[in-house]
Ligand binder design. Structure first.
Ligand SMILES: NC(=O)c1ccc[n+]([C@@H]2O[C@H](COP(=O)([O-])OP(=O)(O)OC[C@H]3O[C@@H](n4cnc5c(N)ncnc54)[C@H](OP(=O)(O)O)[C@@H]3O)[C@@H](O)[C@H]2O)c1
Length: 437
């Protein structure tokens, strides 16, 4: 075969990301040819609605409504799956692998649900799956972990992996807007779906964390097993009070080697102002990775959007054409290999300091009851502020804002349960957030 024979690619889905991919391939064909060593030609693109006007002009006959057709086309060697969804996406990827195609995808949901099956199938058939765009969009975190950091044992990884949540929290922080208004603004500006539940409840970040953990720690994890707390209970008060204490709140997806095994969680946490993660604003993503050899590396960039995500997809496409994806995939993609699997720590055993806001009756002796309930469970107070009427002020009540010394989540939860039983504590208010050390 002539070295300049185009590589024929099939793409399933040409929405936000697919349009960006087509645009790069069409408008920057020379650059891509140089980098790939051969032209990359979109031979077929499957969409749902073939009658829709597209933002990128493709030659007549390229767009079709039939994904099966491109999956079976013997001339196509790479299928780029950009349709989203889980069940149909799984079927398409498995079928494309069976038909001898390599896969490039941005679909984190299908990998988080069926990654093991897909990866096993690809390994059996000698094919590759490249998925850098599935985690943190334009940030090349998957290829960095899979290629550049392989001399290391990753010891911890903390990420802001959901730009929607970071936008909402930043909005609440900067404008003092309440949660509902910040969500509405995120929707208006295209940063949040009409139904943002998978974002705000931490599920999306947990899916991305699960994908990273399988690579970074050579271990298997189902994303549903990751302890997650969403941002929907956050109030502007927390963001202001955290700031007074020297922190910002961020939805942090974290994995770290602890004494009791691999600690995994997605939760809003206090992050010290001035640390790189605390300074991540708006719809940006960031990941701090600690390797035993390299130390700490920090990645920051756009985790979604047309061009950043397409940048990652096309890089994967080029890597697949030149053979890099196959090498990386063979050496790091053993999701179903349990040999190195690490034990997971029970979330009750994970240790951190806690920020705690408790709304209590403004009476003498109340403080002693609170300190007593905490102390009986082994939680000790490091800092305490009393705020009478700033937030949610209810006559006769005041807010106690605490920073605790380090304790286990289990001890803090037991203390919280005991606090809620005290007559002096308002049952429907208060929040406890772990602090990122
Ligand atoms: N958007 C981002 O910033 C971003 C970032 C990272 C990862 N991702 C991931 O990338 C993937 C694509 O996201 P997106 O935002 O580009 O989605 P999108 O804008 O909703 O586009 C989906 C595409 O799939 C097509 N499609 C739907 N059902 C189909 C079917 N049965 N057969 C063939 N085509 C079908 C749609 O066709 P029509 O055009 O005809 O409707 C559309 O072109 C998702 O897995 C997403 O999670 C997205």
């Amino acid at each position: 075969m002539n070295i300049l024979t185009p590589v024929q690619v099939g793409m399933i889905g040409m929405g936000v990301v697919g349009t960006g991919v087509a645009r790069i391939l069409v408008q920057h064909a020379d650059r891509i040819t140089r980098r790939a060593g051969r032209p990359i030609r979109l031979k077929r693109v499957a969409v749902r609605d073939t009658g829709r006007t597209r933002d990128v002009e493709l030659p007549a006959g390229v767009i079709s409504g039939d994904a099966a057709d491109l999956i079976q086309d013997p001339e196509i060697s790479i299928v780029v799956q950009l349709m989203g969804g889980v069940d149909l996406a799984r079927q398409q990827i498995l079928a494309a692998l069976t038909h001898g195609k390599d896969i490039v995808t941005a679909n984190k949901a299908v990998l988080a649900e069926h990654g093991t099956e897909i990866f096993d199938h690809a390994l059996r058939l000698g094919r590759s799956v490249a998925y850098d765009a599935a985690v943190a969009g334009g940030i090349p975190i998957v290829s960095n972990i899979g290629q550049c950091l392989t001399a290391n044992q990753i010891t911890s990884l903390h990420g802001i992996l959901n730009g929607t949540c970071n936008f909402i929290i930043s909005k609440m922080e900067e404008d003092h807007s309440d949660y509902a208004s910040a969500v509405a603004e995120a929707q208006r500006r295209g940063f949040a779906e009409a139904d943002p539940r998978m974002d705000v409840d931490g599920s999306d970040a947990a899916q991305k964390l699960a994908i990273l953990v399988q690579m970074a720690f050579d271990t298997q994890i189902g994303w549903r097993d990751i302890h997650r707390v969403g941002i929907d209970r956050l109030e502007p008060a927390e963001l202001q009070l955290a700031k007074e204490l020297g922190y910002r709140v961020r939805l942090i997806a974290s994995a770290s080697h602890g004494n009791n095994g691999l600690e995994l969680q997605v939760a809003p946490r206090l992050v010290r102002i001035g640390s790189p993660l605390a300074e991540v604003r708006g719809a940006y993503n960031a990941i701090s990775v600690n390797g035993d050899m390299v130390g700490t590396i920090f990645y920051h960039g756009l985790g979604a959007g047309q061009s950043p995500t397409a940048s990652a997809v096309v890089a994967d496409l080029i890597d697949t054409v030149v053979g890099r994806s196959a090498i990386t995939f063979r050496t790091t993609g053993h999701w179903s290999d349990h040999e190195h699997s690490l034990p997971f720590a029970d979330v009750a055993q994970t240790r951190s300091r806690f920020y705690w806001r408790i709304t209590v009756q403004d009476d003498p002796g109340v403080l002693a009851q609170i300190a007593g309930a905490l102390g009986q469970n082994g939680v000790s107070i490091a800092t305490l502020i009393q705020r009478e009427s700033v937030f949610d002020s209810v006559p006769g009540y005041t807010n106690l804002v605490l920073m605790t010394h380090e304790s286990s989540e289990g001890a803090a939860l037991a203390a919280e349960t005991q606090l809620r039983q005290l007559a002096v504590v308002r049952k429907d208010t208060g929040i406890r957030l772990p602090v990122l050390n």
